[in-house]
Design a protein around this ligand. Structure first.
Ligand code: NAD
Length: 347
């Protein structure tokens, strides 16, 4: 019998890429049905996944806000889930600085609503699985000479976003420790690729460069991020879902640490633009200096490693945005985007 898996947040960046790659593989289609749940916030764009949902009987969609406990209860009455992969979240650090509340509501309480209902589906001996998608930002920040984050690194979040993700990680952990609930946590570094909302660093820089505008760089641009191509991340998520050990945390990193300034310069070079197009702006409050991920445990246990180099992935990503200008325009002008009052000044 086919298994039914709940995927949350698949109208957003990482989840939509997961849906377009992993869920459409013939061997996955044969074994699984997927119910996609998304509140379609400013970051969730239904047209991104509409064709796949219309054309594939093993995919179905429910528009639902995870903050609403009763709606989540109804969802779990309607479907008999065998597992959950939980991508949905408020995900933009700048917005969390302006309005932390919704980050706690969605990322912590929304996750708790899912856990409470999932726990009812889990009975000792069945193979229910719950994967919580988290971030390296829960570990805090690194200095230049510090070793990259392992899963044992203390949790020291610095932004309201990372604090909300760290809080939800701890609630997930507590369900494993208290009830033996088979949950796993993935912590990945900065993703890039197609369908990323244009407030995020790489699509924002590409958009600006394409139209010959200035590229806003926080502070001196020295901050370092460890970039991972979205397909590599999603491959890791699927490995954790299918093979990971209950109660474990798995780091997923790109092995590609780059300064923000260098990423912006590479994008300028692609467009044959000079560095005069860089505009240094007031730094983000509490800006973490460096993220770097050690994924040795995931590689060893799950035979996973990133396969896309930063140069290859960035070229692919820039070309995707250039070939999908309609998507970019339709995303930016949605009512949900315009109505959000915590938009960044640079978007
Ligand atoms: N993008 C990255 O670089 C990155 C890195 C590490 C971890 N993550 C994590 O990966 C996950 C996905 O990130 P993303 O970049 O795709 O985010 P995103 O903002 O692009 O997408 C989030 C999705 O969640 C949905 N959503 C938000 N609030 C909801 C709610 N209350 N109920 C139901 N759906 C809701 C949105 O509509 C959207 O479709 C998040 O948990 C994020 O914390 C992202």
């Amino acid at each position: 019998m086919k298994k039914t898996v709940l995927l949350t947040g698949c109208a957003g960046f990482i989840g939509s890429n997961f849906l377009k790659t992993i869920t459409l593989r013939p061997e996955v289609k044969k074994e699984y049905n997927f119910v996609i749940v998304d509140a379609l916030t400013y970051a969730g764009h239904y047209p991104t996944i509409e064709t796949e949902i219309k054309n594939n009987h093993h995919l179905s969609f429910e528009c639902l806000d995870l903050r609403h406990e009763e709606k989540v209860q109804e969802l779990f009455k309607k479907y008999s889930f065998d597992g959950v992969i939980h991508f949905a979240a408020e995900s933009h650090v700048d917005r969390s600085i302006k309005n932390p509340n919704i980050f706690i509501e969605t990322n912590v309480l929304g996750t708790l609503n899912l856990l409470n209902e999932s726990l009812k589906k889990f009975v000792t001996g069945n193979d229910f699985r719950f994967v919580h998608i988290s971030t390296d930002e829960v570990y805090g920040t690194l200095k230049d000479d510090e070793a990259t984050f392992t899963e044992e690194h203390p949790i020291k979040p610095n932004s309201p976003y990372s604090a909300s993700k760290a809080s939800s990680d701890l609630v997930v952990r507590s369900f494993f420790e208290t009830y033996g609930f088979p949950a796993m946590i993935t912590r990945c570094s900065n993703n890039y690729g197609p369908y990323q909302f244009p407030e995020k660093f790489i699509p924002l820089m590409v958009q600006r460069a394409k139209s010959g505008e200035k590229l806003p760089i926080y502070g001196e641009g020295k901050n370092i991020r460890d970039w991972i191509f979205v397909d590599d991340h999603n491959e890791g998520v699927w490995k954790v879902f299918t093979k990971g050990r209950a109660g474990e945390v798995y780091n997923l990193g790109g092995g590609c640490e780059r300064r923000n300034l260098d990423v912006a310069k590479t994008i300028l070079q692609y467009f044959n633009l000079s560095e005069d197009h860089l505009s240094f702006v007031t730094d983000r409050l509490g800006h973490d200096y460096r993220y770097g991920i050690c994924y040795e445990k995931t590689a060893r246990e799950l035979d996973w490693a990133p396969s896309v180099s930063f140069e290859e992935g960035l070229k692919k990503t820039i070309e995707w945005y250039l070939n999908n200008e309609d998507w970019m325009e339709s995303v930016k002008h949605r009512k949900e985007v315009v109505d959000r009052k915590d938009a960044t000044v640079y978007f």
